[in-house]
Design a protein around this ligand. Structure first.
Ligand code: UD1
Ligand code: CA
Length: 498
């Protein structure tokens, strides 16, 4: 026979969260990279519990699906009808037979609890051998919350919901955070005695305290900072929690050696990792599995989702998702890196460039106004302004390969699948659909012809004609002076110099 776990966590997540006015269950709304429920589960880790039960009800399938992703080891228990927090815990405990030790109950909508506070709650509760301990806080505005009613000696008497409270009790500003520790047997017994004799006609978990106190079991209060106890009932509260968590996350990173130039406009998901000496400029969001290495500069005005930024890279005014930016690479301003964009060391993606599922080798450059999709670009290749990789023929997507140190003239269309060899050149304005072998010049442009005197004949009397006439006079003058050597333009010569 295996030993029963010493601590069991019960997370209450069956409610709809009506005040969110959302098709999504409240628990699944997100807060800097995790759902509310995800935060509560992560926070519960500090309890060291061997077993976690999550009570689901409203949109149970959706919540279960999410749990399978974020907490596959948690057991879900269905509370088919939401008949109150006490009922929810009762249903959860009915699902387990071998219950001893401490039961930690966490409301699913209180996400900012710190691990050390949970540890303190459990320490106090267990060391004093109490039947129940509630986490509470003194708050500025207690409205809507359960009040902590103490006797003259300061001992917890009961917890009263606002709608059932007297005017005197409503004036109490010490409130129930919805986070508790119970002794398993005492809890089970008290839950069996809960009444529904209250304004909502529900079984209140909070009534367990008065019930235990009445039979002489010790009950107590563990006081926590207000911010950790804030719940989420509507979207305004969610926004407030988000701002608090943002500050907490930013403070932690700054203390870990990351420069955050404007913390108020920098939003970093709890799932992001940053190295010391990374610098994050204002109006920047770092989301999902993003990582920024040491000495990299990100922002201003940048959103990185599931993107990694190598040491010393510079990424400004950029939107990137699923990209891998190599060390010392530069990106932006106004670049859009889509999934599978992989930039080698010192590669460059410049202004108004979009990349997708493409690799740029070490030192490769796409400096201006280009689309690069499904391409492999060799080291030190230079892709001229306005180059488009036409990767999609309307049915299929195909790959393009550009060899090492190839030079693609401006305004080239590379029609995939196509290959440009190492060191090859493409004439500006070409549409390349066939292989250009290494070292070749590929050019598809028609020969240029100039029709002499056209403006004067076809657009007489215009400003252009006047300008042409003036230039003609100057040119004639210059020719007379014997300085008229023509400049021969090579096709690639029209690519702007980097
Ligand atoms: C609850 C407390 C209140 C406390 C507040 C802190 C009770 C009676 N009241 O009030 O004292 O100040 O939390 O945030 O406990 N749930 C279920 N099944 C149900 C009902 C609720 O799983 O049948 C879940 C909800 O999804 C939620 C949690 O329990 O995660 C709390 O329920 P909620 O309705 O939000 O309680 P509050 O009114 O906020
Ligand atoms: Ca609540």
């Amino acid at each position: 026979m295996s030993e029963a776990p010493r601590r069991t966590v019960v997370v209450l997540a069956a409610g709809e969260g009506k005040r969110m006015k959302s098709a999504t269950p409240k628990m699944l709304h997100s807060l800097l990279g995790r759902t509310l429920l995800g935060h509560v589960l992560a926070n519960s880790g500090a309890s060291g519990a061997e077993r976690t039960l999550v009570v689901v009800g409203h949109k149970a399938d959706q919540v279960r699906e999410h749990l399978a992703e974020v907490a596959p080891s948690a057991t879900t228990v269905l509370q088919a009808e939401q008949r109150g927090t006490g009922h929810a815990v009762r249903v959860a405990l009915e699902a387990v037979s071998d219950l001893t030790g401490t039961v930690v109950v966490l409301n699913g909508d209180v996400p900012l609890l710190r691990p050390e506070t949970l540890t303190r709650l459990l320490g106090e509760h267990e060391s004093q051998g109490r039947g129940a301990t509630v986490l509470a806080a003194e708050v500025g505005d207690p409205s809507g919350l359960g009040r902590i009613v103490r006797d003259a000696a300061g001992n917890l008497e009961r917890i009263v919901e606002e709608r059932d409270a007297s005017a005197h009790e409503r004036a109490i500003r010490e409130v129930n955070a919805g986070i508790y520790a119970f002794e398993a047997a005492a809890l089970r017994e008290a839950l069996g005695k809960l009444s529904t004799d209250n304004d909502q006609g529900e079984e209140y978990l909070t009534d367990v305290f008065a019930l235990l106190a009445s039979v002489g079991r010790a009950v107590g209060v563990c006081v926590a900072p207000e911010a950790e106890t804030l719940g989420c009932n509507d979207r305004a509260e969610l926004a407030r929690l988000r701002a608090l968590l943002r500050d907490r996350v930013n403070d932690a990173w700054m203390r870990a050696g990351v420069s955050i130039l404007d913390p108020a406009t920098t939003w970093i998901d709890v799932t992001v990792t940053l190295a010391p000496d990374a610098e994050i400029d204002q109006n920047t969001q770092l989301l999902g599995a993003t990582h920024v290495a040491a000495g990299a500069i990100v922002g201003p005005d940048t959103t990185l989702i599931d993107t990694s930024v190598g040491e010393g890279a510079v990424v400004l005014r950029t939107h990137a998702i699923g990209a891998d930016i190599g060390p010392e690479a530069t990106v932006g301003p106004f670049s859009y890196l889509r999934p599978g964009s992989k930039l080698g060391r010192k590669a460059k993606v410049g202004g108004f460039v979009e990349t997708k599922n493409s690799e740029l080798g070490e030192g490769a450059k796409v400096p201006h106004l280009s689309y690069v999709g499904d391409a492999t670009i060799g080291a030190k290749a230079n892709v001229g302004a306005g180059t488009i990789v036409a990767n999609y023929d309307g049915v299929r997507k195909s790959r393009t390969t550009i060899g090492e140190a190839a030079f693609i003239g401006s305004d080239t269309v590379l029609i995939a699948p196509v290959e440009v060899g190492a060191g090859a050149y493409i004439g500006a304005g070409s549409a390349i659909a066939k292989e250009v072998p290494a070292g070749n010049l590929g050019v598809t442009r028609a020969q240029q012809r100039n029709i002499e005197g056209w403006t004067a004949r076809k657009r007489p009397g215009t400003t252009s004609a006047a300008a042409a006439e003036k230039a003609g006079a100057a040119e004639a003058g210059a020719a007379e002076a014997g300085a008229g050597a023509g400049v021969e333009k090579t096709p690639e010569g029209e690519a702007p110099a980097e």
